[in-house]
Design a protein. Structure first.
Length: 447
């Protein structure tokens, strides 16, 4: 029996039609979902084509369900037609009569399995990957041009999509699952991985990568890590003279001064230096007291997260907050600038006169600020930070290595991971400056 030639060509034609439809709508789906939403919203104000596209993007449920149904129907139809084509090309009734019954069944099953495997590979490459690559370079134009085709698909498959949605709803109810639409979500770790990949390819600058990572870390960092410690607070006693406050503000370059009563553990408010401008030229300014200019302070525990602190300070319209320790005393103060620096890095203004955390000396050594974080300094010196690092400052690291707090005139030194650390300056039981130099290896010539 000769195969029916017209039937074969009908099957081939139908396979090509369904493959073409799947490829076209795969490209449509890719274009509509990957187009820049912000750009579409901007252009929609002046271009009616983008306005239609925006309307489609803002209501994606029916559209995505139609795409899903179209993919499933196309794959099923292509597979069925491929099997029917195989039966038409291979006249199995004549060919397999020469074989004994058991062998004929196995051969036919093997042919069908091989055909389905080949069909799957072709569907994936020709109707999935290829259309996406073709559209990628002209995604905006294709997204605008395919709006009509997407609307037609949504309208044609609306009954089938509605039936599928209803069956899904019933199945979810029977299984006790939520019936709300499930939306794809991106985790923090996935965003970090995308940022790292973008940084490696050059699409994202190093400064941008650091800022994005800092934003994620912002919610996990506690204020005790960014605050000004109580020993470094520039404050004034409640009964101090106005002239002393003005001198303190000018000499220290600060615009807000915590006011305490008797001890720093009892901060009763904040004085804004700008509030004192009304006294300029006043002959009797000493008749005024700090109590008249004191503003209420905002308090928060040292375990408060930076994000929570930022929200509290924003709501209270405060630029400075007092950080309390577990005993009710003052652990330190934190400013809005301190919090922002955790995201954007160090902010220098016209009042800042800060020495660099790491300065290179003429002899090749380095001068390090005692308040600097070892996690920032050690990598710059070519030293790995220990996994069990428990030091917040280089001063704390130095004190632990020495086993004591050096006297003010002492210059003790200690070795640490190939570095020689020498105390340069000590102030009030605090190592404020440290000299760091690389230890010479045995046999290395002296420069």
């Amino acid at each position: 029996m000769e195969p029916d030639g017209s039937r074969i060509w009908i099957y081939v034609l139908l396979i090509l039609v369904f493959a073409l439809l799947k490829g076209v709508y795969t490209a449509c789906e890719y274009a509509v979902t990957e187009v820049n939403d912000s750009k579409v919203k901007t252009l929609a104000e002046t271009d009616s084509r983008y306005a239609r596209l925006l309307k489609l993007i803002e209501a994606p449920q029916k559209m995505m369900l139609a795409f899903s149904m179209q993919r499933a129907l196309s794959c099923v139809m292509i597979s069925i037609l491929a099997v029917m084509l195989l039966d038409a090309v291979l006249d199995t009734r004549l060919e397999l009569q020469l074989l004994h019954g058991g062998a004929a069944g196995w051969i036919r099953a093997g042919m069908l399995a091989g055909l389905l495997l080949v069909t799957t590979v072709l569907i994936s490459s020709l109707t999935e990957q290829l259309p996406k690559r073709l559209v990628h370079r002209h995604i905006d134009g294709f997204a605008v041009g395919c709006v009509g085709a997407v609307r037609l698909l949504t309208w044609v498959l609306a009954p089938v999509a509605l039936l599928a949605h209803g069956l899904t709803f019933v199945a979810c109810k029977l299984c006790g699952l939520p019936t709300d639409d499930v939306r794809d979500s991106v985790t923090e770790e996935e965003i970090r991985m995308m940022v790292e990949a973008g940084n490696e390819t050059g699409a994202i600058e190093e400064s941008e990568r650091e800022m994005i990572n800092n934003i994620f870390d912002f919610g996990d960092t506690v204020v005790s890590e960014v605050m000004t410690h109580r020993t470094d607070i520039i404050g004034a006693e409640l009964h101090a003279k106005i002239g002393d406050i003005v001198y303190l503000a000018i000499n220290e370059g600060v615009s807000r001064i915590p006011v305490y009563e008797q001890t720093i553990d009892n901060i009763v408010g904040i004085v804004y230096v700008k509030d004192l401008l009304c006294l300029v030229g006043c002959e009797h300014c000493e008749d005024f007291t700090l109590e008249q200019f004191r503003r209420d302070a905002l308090y928060m525990p040292e375990t408060c997260k930076c994000r929570e602190a930022f929200e509290q300070m924003t709501r209270a319209k405060q630029q400075m907050a007092v950080i309390s320790d577990e005993y009710g005393g003052t652990a330190g103060i934190v400013t809005m600038e301190d919090l922002l620096e955790e995201i954007v890095g160090s902010i220098q203004d016209e009042y800042d006169d800060e020495a660099s955390e790491l300065e290179q000396l003429p002899d090749g050594g380095y001068s390090v600020d005692g308040a600097a974080d070892p996690e920032d300094i050690l990598p710059k010196l070519g030293v790995a930070v220990p996994e069990d690092n428990q030091y917040d400052t280089m001063s704390a690291l130095m004190v632990d290595l020495l086993g004591r707090i050096p006297e003010q005139q002492e210059r003790p030194a200690v070795e640490y991971q190939g570095l020689k650390l020498t105390v340069l300056q000590t102030e009030d039981n605090w190592i404020s400056r440290i000299r760091v130099e690389q230890l010479k290896l045995a046999g290395e010539p002296t420069k």
